[in-house]
Design a protein around this ligand. Sequence first.
Ligand code: NAP
Length: 315
Amino acid sequence: MRAIVYDRYGPPEVLEVRELPSPVPAAGEVLVRVRAAALNPKDSLIRKGKFRAVTRGRFPRLLGYDVAGVVGAVGERVTRFRVGDDVFGMKQAWAGGTIAEEVCMLGDELALKPPKLSFEDAAALPLAGLTALQALRDEGRLKPGQKVLINGGSGGVGVFAIQIARALGAHVTTTSSARNLELCRSLGAHETWDYAAKNGLEPGAGWDVFFDVFGNRRFSVVRAALSPTGTYVSTVPAVNTAVLHVLTRFSARRARLVVVNSNGRDLEQLAQWAHAGTLAAVLDRVVPFTEVGSGQAHVETKRARGKVVIAVASS
Ligand SMILES: NC(=O)c1ccc[n+]([C@@H]2O[C@H](COP(=O)([O-])OP(=O)(O)OC[C@H]3O[C@@H](n4cnc5c(N)ncnc54)[C@H](OP(=O)(O)O)[C@@H]3O)[C@@H](O)[C@H]2O)c1
């Protein structure tokens, strides 16, 4: 089977297509014949060598965490899936490998794909959708009627955060550049602000949850704009945020760091919303398997609208 691999950290040009042996599912694993995958900033950061402490320079490295495809084989003790099922999901941790013709995943990293969702749309959902869900529901504890500000509503995570915040019953305000205001409105945001004009940091703004998706607002700056029991949630695993995550645990105003976790229960929640039409993917573009590097270069501009998806196989 063919996979995208690289043998050294560097620019998108280090990526190459390589023939590798087909993986064999171990107990608890499912072999997915990949139809579509999606890119995330994480793929680019790892490729650039930003997470050497955990990736430890082990090469060749494979790419990709999001997947949609068809079950090709199941390992022992897998009961939730059968050969031929259409599935989607997210590979946990650092190894990656979904931008390949075949990948083995734990059963709990997958859910059945809603039939009316295309493989491309399903591949866009997992990592970004799970991040938005876990940031708002678990870290932010967002409740119906509460006020949430989503800083950066038009990117991979942001487009799902707007829709999930609405599904949770919140009043949603979001920031983006001027060109994306209409997109954010169309996804259900009640108020949409151009971040160049208005940023939501005014003291007393009263946010119950301030979700810093883009990651350029520190808790120290946001704190006064929170409600008396408001929560700041960041996506950026900076030392400062990780320390505050612990230090403010029992404070009235809390700072939280979301760390996305792949699990079947939350994937099924995303699938249910997608099936009901409550949650839709926004695809910036679909890139052929052999042009992953150009897709990554686009993600690295930090201006993608929704997700960049990789078409891996057509059937
Ligand atoms: N901790 C975790 O588990 C976790 C999980 C997923 C992602 N993340 C991190 O979360 C961040 C967002 O991920 P993503 O996939 O959504 O990224 P993305 O798709 O690359 O985000 C692109 C979006 O960022 C917006 N943007 C650019 N400059 C901005 C600014 N100054 N203020 C607000 N928005 C701005 C752009 O909107 P405009 O073009 O309108 O400016 C664009 O739509 C990344 O740093 C990623 O690494 C962390």
